[in-house]
Design a binder for this molecule. Structure first.
Ligand SMILES: *[C@@H]1O[C@H](CO)[C@@H](O)[C@H](O)[C@H]1NC(C)=O
Ligand SMILES: *[C@@H]1O[C@H](CO)[C@@H](O)[C@H](O)[C@H]1NC(C)=O
Ligand SMILES: *[C@@H]1O[C@H](CO)[C@@H](O)[C@H](O)[C@H]1NC(C)=O
Ligand SMILES: *[C@@H]1O[C@H](CO)[C@@H](O)[C@H](O)[C@H]1NC(C)=O
Ligand SMILES: *[C@@H]1O[C@H](CO)[C@@H](O)[C@H](O)[C@H]1NC(C)=O
Ligand SMILES: CC(=O)N[C@H]1CO[C@H](CO)[C@@H](O)[C@@H]1O
Length: 516
């Protein structure tokens, strides 16, 4: 018989691990901040967050100095703290509702995750999808190969197979991505919103007879190639459906400008705004509506600097617009495309279509290429871009590869980039990068259906912020300080009172409190 003392110890142990709060096993690689090291038996995790009673608030801090979702509980006060800077929540200013946050299950991500021991794989998936992790609810799934694959393939590489009789999923789907997606779904308390993006059509359907480089579908929208390409999407959804994986949305294709204007060294399929518009109106729109009426169509799936131009070209046509639900944006070149004149302008022109981030990664520019373990600069780039998007009507943000190796691959054209989780297979460990926590500050707290509200500043400040009311009426406030100084401030929510706070230099803070 077990002694009551041991039982009590076991109980306390299991409560502690469910509630998280385990410390980051920090490792400094000399790039500004630290990574958190996880293995088959240990990983720091924020735990399931319980909303404190009215009158108290929680704050979570991550910083360049090394804090990682460090939890504090505080008392809401009746009176102002006297701080010069006051951020007031303006609950009657209502903006967009949140869809969610996530990453992409590429071939490379699946290869890396599966290279770990079973225990470490489980830890990694829990970090993203379980209630004790950062609670991703969206996953982007490439249809067939992209640059983050080890070889070139589509699901119908038999020339002239317009009826798609040879359509088959690849082993990357059946043995890697699908089992991992099923595990992710099993860990998540809510249904995951999957969305699919294709990089290239089979070579035989294309003007350049290749998956890579500059080329588009042969013929015209409404013609055999465009029709078959729409049916290929339907076949993909049917095949994944056999594994109980249903898709919330499909995009009209990854980066259509890549195959149209540039000679990409990897998989691409060119569309102009006109061919995208007409393909939706004549082919994929009606075909998807017939076969999968619940599945959304997201147009663009390319850089926001193309807005509002592409939205106008596609959505001003009622035959295309009736089938489209949202506009997907990538974050590359965001510095040259101010959020207000791209995102907000598009929102005001087409308020009934949601805007959503469908791809972003660090380490993609020639001057700053690949993995940098522990970079806080990249964490700030993420946190800033997400906040800027959210403050300009974007409803969700999807990171690129869920996991990469220390080189930033595998990638068959050596287009290596960074990821929120870097897998070191040799040591059976994975590193959670600072960018992982940037995602966490939003993904863990902003449930689907949370609505952005106003924040008013008592004085000018470079402190960035975004506030939301969740479906249970609790408030989430995310604060980003990208500067060197610490200055105290207070938050005023007319519904509850004053919160005394301070954002350390180079930090991300999430506040959470109940109002009812
Ligand atoms: C896993 O990490 C924990 C915490 O750092 C450590 O105590 C343990 O020895 C590690 N396990 C292995 C197998 O390395
Ligand atoms: C808040 O301010 C009022 C008016 O100045 C004062 O009467 C009250 O005692 C203060 N409450 C607290 C908790 O300090
Ligand atoms: C495609 O299917 C149609 C109808 O079943 C058939 O008439 C046609 O011959 C098929 N084409 C090819 C290339 O197999
Ligand atoms: C799919 O789900 C159904 C019902 O939940 C279940 O009966 C079936 O076994 C599942 N199939 C697969 C392939 O997981
Ligand atoms: C595109 O690039 C490939 C090499 O990546 C090259 O072989 C080909 O000639 C280029 N085509 C054009 C039209 O520039
Ligand atoms: C809490 C706070 O506002 N901290 C700092 C954030 O960054 C700005 C910009 O330099 C500083 O002025 C603040 O003191």
């Amino acid at each position: 018989m077990r002694s009551p003392g041991l039982l009590l110890l076991l109980l306390i142990g299991s409560i502690a691990s469910q509630e998280g709060g385990d410390c980051c096993q920090a490792r400094n690689f000399g790039h500004g901040s630290v990574v958190c090291v996880c293995n088959a038996t240990y990983c720091d995790s924020p735990g399931a967050v319980k909303l404190p009673p009215v009158g108290q608030f929680l704050s979570f801090l991550s910083s360049k100095a090394g804090s990682r979702l460090e939890k504090r509980q505080g008392q809401v006060q009746e009176n102002s703290t006297g701080a010069a800077l006051r951020l007031s929540i303006v609950p009657y200013q209502h903006y967009q509702k949140i869809k969610g946050f996530g990453g992409a299950m590429t071939d490379a991500a699946a290869i890396n995750i599966l290279s770990l021991s079973a225990g470490a794989q489980d830890q990694l998936l829990r970090q993203y999808f379980a209630p004790e992790g950062i609670e991703y609810n969206m996953v982007r799934v490439p249809m067939a190969s992209c640059d983050f694959s080890t070889h070139l393939y589509t699901y119908t590489d038999t020339p002239g197979d317009y009826n798609l009789t040879s359509f088959t999923l690849e082993k990357e789907d059946t043995q890697m991505k699908i089992p991992l997606l099923q595990k992710a779904q099993a860990l998540s308390p809510r249904p995951l919103s999957l969305f699919a993006s294709a990089w290239s059509a089979p070579a035989w359907m294309k003007t350049n007879d290749a998956l890579t480089g500059k080329g588009s579908l042969k013929g015209q929208p409404g013609g055999p190639e465009y029709k078959t390409w729409a049916q290929y999407y339907i076949r993909f959804l049917e095949e994944y459906g056999k594994y109980n994986l249903s898709f919330w949305a499909v995009t009209t294709g990854n980066e259509p400008t890549a195959g149209e204007m540039t000679n990409y060294s990897f998989q691409a399929l060119g569309f102009t705004p006109k061919t995208q518009r007409d393909w939706v109106a004549k082919d994929i729109g009606p075909a998807l509506h017939r076969a999968f009426p619940e599945t959304r169509i997201i147009m663009l799936d390319d850089n926001r600097l193309l807005l509002p131009y592409w939205a106008k070209a596609v959505l001003s046509d009622i035959h295309a617009a009736r089938y489209i639900h949202g506009i997907g944006v990538h974050w590359y070149f965001d510095k040259f495309a101010p959020a207000d004149i791209t995102l907000s302008t598009t929102h005001h022109l087409y308020p009934e279509y949601f805007l959503i981030g469908t791809e972003a990664c660090a380490g993609w520019t020639p001057l700053d290429r690949g993995v940098t373990l522990g970079s806080w600069e990249r964490a700030e780039d993420y946190a800033h871009d997400i906040m800027e998007d959210l403050n300009n009507y974007v409803v969700g943000w999807t990171d690129w590869n869920l996991a990469l190796n220390p080189e930033g691959g595998p990638n068959w054209v050596k287009n290596f980039v960074d990821s929120t989780i870097i897998v070191d297979q040799k040591q059976d460990v994975f590193y959670k990068q600072p960018t992982f926590y940037s995602m966490a500050h939003y993904s863990k707290f902003l449930w689907e259906g949370s609505q952005r509200v106003g924040v008013s500043y008592s004085q000018r400040s470079s402190l960035e912020s975004s506030a939301f009311i969740r479906p249970d009426q609790s408030v989430v406030l995310v604060i980003l300080n990208r500067s060197e100084e610490d200055i105290p401030f207070e938050v005023w929510d007319p519904a509850v009172g004053f919160l005394s706070a301070s954002a350390p230099a180079h930090s991300i803070l999430t506040f959470l409190w109940a109002t009812v």
